[in-house]
Each structure stands twice: as C-alpha cells, then as structure tokens.
Write a protein that binds this ligand. Structure first.
Ligand SMILES: Cc1ncc(COP(=O)(O)O)c(C=O)c1O
Length: 367
C-alpha cells in the first residue's frame, strides 16, 4: 500500500504517501488474464516481422520518432510537429501534466477514472481535484467545469472512461470546452477510442485544430495490441507539444516500438477486424449480463464494469475461482477486460453468482 518505509535519506513526503504501482495478481497459465485491458490477439505476422527487422539496437533510436509522427500526421491531416510520441500515453500524460502544473497548481479530473492520474499529478508536485462521476459512471462535465478555479492548470477528460467504459458525448464535450478558459490545458485521454461505436460519442480526431488548449491522447497499447512495446501519441497545438517534449525522458521510445507502430498503421485494416471482433464480444457480454438482471452502463471500450460496491472483493474472488483474473477496485467495482471468446461463458456464469451477493444494488434481481 503506502510506500512508507524507513529510508536513510529525506524523500518527498507526498511521494512516500503515494501507492507504488502494482500489477494485478499474476494469472495461472490456465486462467484468462482480463485485468489490464490488453488485446488478447497475438501480434500480426507483419508487425512481428517489422520488429525482427529492427535489430540495430546497439544504436539509440530516433529521439523524435520522426517517421512515426509523419505517418500519424498524414492520417490526421496535421504537420508532424503537431504530433508527439511517448513511451505509452501514460508517459505523455505525465509530460503534459508536468509541463503545465507544479506546486500550488490543481489538476481536475473525474473520479473514478484511470488509476494513474492521482500519482502522475503528485509526481508533478501538483494537487488532484477529483470530481465524482455521475451515477452511471460517466463524467459529470458541468461539475468538472464548476471545479475549475484560478489555480487549475489541467483538466483531464477520459473517454471512454477507464474503468466504467462510459463515453462523453460530442455535445457534452463541446459545451464543456465552451466553459473552459482558453488558457487552461484540456487533455482528452482516448486510450480506448477505437472500441467506440456510439456515433454521438466525442471523437478527438474530429476536434483536431479546433481549440488552442486541447490535446488529444491515443495509444498503440489497446486496439493495436502493442502494450508490451510502449507507444502512445498525442496531437495538439505545437507550442503545448513543445513544452511536453521538454519534460520527456529522452530516447524512451525504442526503435523496435517505432517500427511496430508504423507497421501497425499499415496493417490497420486487419487490426480493426480484430477490434470489431472484440466489440462484438463486448456486446454479447453486455446483452448476456442484461438478460441476467445486471444494469451495466453502455461501454465504449474493451472492458466492462460491474459496480459491486462493498461486495467487490468477494466478486473478484468468485471470478478468480472461475479462472478469470479481473481488476477489482475495492469498495467500488470490478473491471473485466474483453479477452478470449472462451472467457465469455465463464464470465456470465460468475456474474450470476456475483449478482446473488448484491440484490440491493440490482433491484431487477431483488424482485
Ligand atoms: C485511460 C487510459 N489512459 C492511458 C493509458 C495508458 O496506456 P499506455 O501507457 O499503455 O499507452 C491507459 C492504460 O491502461 C488508460 O486506461
């Protein structure tokens, strides 16, 4: 839990009080690992070939990831200078937060959301201002706007929201941007954008170039299946990106990662067939859970959220015993990634057992 250990040297107290990142429980070989929103499909042969062709790792990589930025810029219709690449979008989040907020500054975000946000803000030396999610697990954007004060330097909007899966609508986002001062950095974290099917949902690609204070973050970790190689990217006004470039740890995006990302863009059609398959598994799961009496928010991501409240640890144990390694957030709920097709039936069976624990939370079952 807290990183409070006896240290011979003086360390920052807020860092000592921060939880150390811990990966979920290791899954046994037979269990389904559904705890990190990874892509269950193995790398495409074309991507694997690009990785093995990139064996000159006695040399440093291209520090600016120039070829990848050109490829992304062409897709988005922006200049390569308006793209930044980082070692995962989590690294980029830290770069942007650090560039804009420090001691005495606030960072506003919806909560519960991506578990890294509080730590990233603390590392920057700034203060987190979490704003409770709506009852359906979505962002309360008017409340986020109302939480902005002169001390606020960054607002993070996560759509689809991790871990609830709920998307922000385009109309909600536009109304929010109209409220936000133009000198306040807004980070739209769209790590799961490729899994969204709702036409009303916000899509950062449609917003490129529209706001002087908006940065859109994406990743190759989820839909593109490159979680282990660590590549994320962001687009926004060049001056903001330059500030984030100044906070980067140099050379952290490896040449192998850059080659895999470029190959993945070239193989997007094949990769997106896999994304469609994952979306159809998600829909199958959501409708099966609905039939069983679960009242789950519509998910636009590659995971679903069971709001199990105080029964969360027991729910995670039921899943674990069924060979399903999910991600529990104690006292709140369990997130289950969409993985192998064979995991769907065990999830539905476990969900039946979990529902029996919590009739009060799910009136449909109580009747
Ligand atoms: C909402 C959100 N943003 C960003 C990330 C970071 O992804 P990566 O650093 O692998 O690009 C994640 C990963 O789980 C996430 O859920």
């Amino acid at each position: 839990m807290d990183n409070v250990q006896k240290s011979a040297v003086r360390l920052r107290p807020e860092i000592l009080a921060s939880p150390v990142y811990r990966q979920g429980k290791p899954a046994s070989a037979e269990a389904f690992k559904l705890s990190s929103n990874e892509n269950p499909f193995p790398p495409l042969p074309g991507v694997a070939a690009a990785v093995t062709a990139e064996l000159g790792f006695n040399r440093y990589p291209d520090a600016t990831a120039g070829a990848l930025r050109v490829a992304l810029g062409q897709r988005l219709g922006v200049r390569a200078e308006e793209i930044i690449v980082g070692s995962g979008s989590v690294a980029l989040l830290l770069q942007f937060i650090t560039a804009a907020a420090g001691p005495g500054d606030d960072v506003v975000y919806s909560w519960r959301s991506f578990e890294a946000y509080p730590t990233l803000v603390t590392v920057a030396g700034a203060r987190s201002v979490p704003v409770p999610n709506r009852a359906d697990g979505g962002h309360d954007l008017p409340a986020l706007a109302a939480a902005i004060t002169p001390a606020t330097r960054v607002v993070i909007v996560c759509s689809p929201n991790n871990p609830t899966g709920v998307t922000v609508t385009r109309a909600e986002f536009e109304a929010f941007m109209a409220e936000v001062p133009a000198d306040l950095l807004v980070l739209l974290d769209e790590a799961y954008a490729e899994f969204v099917v709702d036409p009303e949902a916000v899509n950062g690609r449609d917003l490129v170039g529209r706001y002087p204070n908006l940065v859109i973050l994406r990743t190759f970790s989820k839909a593109y299946g490159l979680a282990g190689l660590r590549v994320g990217w962001a687009t926004g006004p060049e001056a903001i990106l330059d500030a984030a470039r100044a906070t980067a740890i140099p050379l952290s995006v490896t040449g192998v990662a850059q080659a895999a990302a470029i190959a993945s863009l070239e193989l997007e059609e094949e990769l997106f067939e896999r994304v469609s398959e994952l979306v159809s598994r998600r829909e199958e799961l959501l409708s099966g859970l609905g039939e069983r009496g679960w009242n789950i928010p519509v998910s636009g991501s590659n995971f679903i959220w069971l709001a199990t409240g105080e029964y969360t640890d027991a729910a995670a144990q039921i899943l674990w015993d069924a060979g399903l390694v999910a991600r529990p957030f104690s006292g709140d709920g369990v997130r289950i990634s969409i993985g192998e097709r064979e995991s769907l039936t065990p999830i539905l069976d476990a969900a039946d057992a979990i529902l029996n624990l919590l009739p009060a939370l799910h009136p449909a079952k109580a009747r």
